[in-house]
Design a protein around this ligand. Structure first.
Ligand SMILES: Cc1ncc(COP(=O)(O)O)c(C=O)c1O
Length: 477
């Protein structure tokens, strides 16, 4: 029987149909392959690219290649008890995890663990809350008024939400540390370094000036895959997370390095009351992953700190930094011709003790690899609305306590999504309203289609730029 086979991928559209009937199969019979060309995808129909989330899928290819080394077996009789180490301050913490954490900090040289207590958390998110509880209930700081929690803007958007969620009487959100008067009462300052969203390396903005501030250092991104390791961090409370260190967000493991034993005990109490500890299964897996990463560093790197050397590129951190840097290069390339629309931050040149080389500012971007791109548009432009009009979801400046001219894009998502974003960015234009007076008289938030596939956002009155309106006004071709 003549094998006439129709590969009709999608008949249900208005697209053109190409039929090729000259394909022969192994039996010499002819097959007909019908290819349906989809109709042009309009801007609104085009798939949404979600660069809002900081989900670290970027490292998945690395772990697909190397993940076998991290396999552990947990049998039915494991992890039955709540307790792990009754003699430790953090009694629910597996000793293997504690050891692996100290080891990885030692080999990377990014934090001083000597003299610190390690408190484990279900991600570092819960440890932030544990630290707020501990700092706002220490005897010296129990106050009639809730303690203010501040962070220099732009700040990680989750801090405000977490501080406000339970409407606690112990603490409340105090906003931007840069404009906060810390002279009156004790307060808590959060220092995120490198910072989310803009990747800058930071020191306390206000706490060190007044002496009234207690500090929480969130060092989620202080790893050599994102930033130069300039010295071992050495602060009272330092938060880290597996989420950003190795990309294992789903394991939900974070840890705090805490100098003061009373603070460490209170943080442990918080964990005890809220969740009675942290999954032991996850802890054991995290311990294995961190051990594999640390072993890799010990084998391949030797130099400053006893570890940095030429082979640091072969470690997990080296390979993932390279991956990140490649993305940055693509982003910079795509944004280069768009200076009238976006600009990216410039990072200073800094020496990284782990990799034994400099992290360079653009145009030598090979080594700079921040987890987020912080795009700045010109005055009057709502940056996330501009992106949203192009079906790219980003996180706008207001959520980080700054102007809507800024928006954050995740650099750590899936390859395919990132590539599509790079393609899409070339079509974005931003046009001043004054320059376009001949256009229709509208409220100044018009999005219109360009002549050759370039979609144009016209700037206007910021008050009228609600996202809904922006989108309603989108015209596509
Ligand atoms: C600065 C910062 N701190 C903390 C976290 C929370 O991480 P985790 O997954 O450990 O809760 C994130 C996650 O994106 C972050 O960006």
């Amino acid at each position: 029987m003549g094998g006439k086979k129709l590969h009709n991928h999608n008949n249900n559209n208005n697209g053109a149909v190409d039929t090729n009937s000259n394909n022969s199969n192994r039996n010499g019979t002819t097959t007909t392959t019908t290819t349906v060309k989809p109709p042009p995808v309009t801007l609104q129909q085009s798939p949404i690219i979600n660069l809002d989330r900081g989900d670290p899928s970027v490292f998945e290819p690395y772990w697909r290649k190397n993940g076998g080394k991290c396999t552990i077996t947990i049998s039915g009789h494991d992890s039955l008890s709540y307790f792990s180490d009754p003699n430790s301050v953090c009694w629910y913490m597996e000793p293997e995890l504690q050891e692996a954490i100290r080891r990885v900090h030692r080999v990377v040289g990014n934090a001083e663990t000597e003299g610190c207590h390690v408190v484990a958390g279900t991600g570092s998110t819960v440890l932030f809350q544990a630290a707020l509880y501990a700092l706002s209930t220490s005897s010296s700081s129990v106050a009639a008024e809730p303690m203010k929690v501040v962070c220099a803007a732009p700040y990680y958007s989750q801090y405000k939400e977490q501080v406000e969620l339970l409407q606690s009487r112990l603490y409340e959100w105090g906003g931007d540390a840069e404009t906060f008067d810390g002279s009156a009462a004790p307060f808590i300052e959060v220092v995120t370094s490198p910072n989310n969203p803009d990747g800058s390396l930071r020191e306390a903005a206000v706490a060190n000036k007044t002496g009234n501030g207690k500090l929480i250092h969130d060092l989620a991104y202080y790893w050599p895959n994102y930033t130069p390791i300039t010295r071992p961090a050495d602060y009272d409370i330092m938060l880290f997370t597996l989420t950003k260190c190795t990309g294992h967000a789903g394991s939900r493991i974070g840890w705090a390095l805490v100098k003061d034993v009373e603070v460490a005990k209170k943080m442990t109490t918080f964990m005890q009351i809220t969740t009675i500890g942290v999954s032991k299964d996850s802890q054991l897996r995290a311990a294995k992953i961190l051990d594999v990463v640390a072993e890799d560093c010990e084998q391949h790197a030797a130099g400053a700190f006893g570890y940095a050397g030429n082979d640091a590129d072969k470690t997990f951190f080296g390979e993932s930094r390279k991956l990140m840097a490649e993305r940055w290069e693509k982003l910079r390339e795509a944004v280069k011709d768009k200076k009238d629309v976006f600009t990216l931050p410039k990072y200073p040149k800094r020496y990284c003790n782990f990799s034994g080389r400099y992290f360079q500012p653009a145009p030598d971007v090979i080594l700079y690899a921040a987890a987020f791109g912080w795009l700045e548009c010109k005055e009057g432009c709502d940056a996330s609305a501009l992106m949203k009009a192009h079906n790219v979801l980003t996180r706008g400046g207001e959520t980080f306590g700054v102007s809507s001219r800024y928006t954050r894009i995740s650099m750590i998502g899936r390859e395919e999504e990132f590539e599509r974003f790079i393609e899409r960015i070339s079509g974005i234009q931003c046009v001043d309203e004054e320059d376009e007076e001949e256009e229709e008289e509208e409220e100044g938030f018009v999005v219109m289609n360009g002549n050759n596939g370039g979609d144009v956002i016209r700037l206007g009155n910021e008050n009228s730029n609600s996202h809904g309106k922006w989108l309603e006004q989108v015209e596509v071709q």
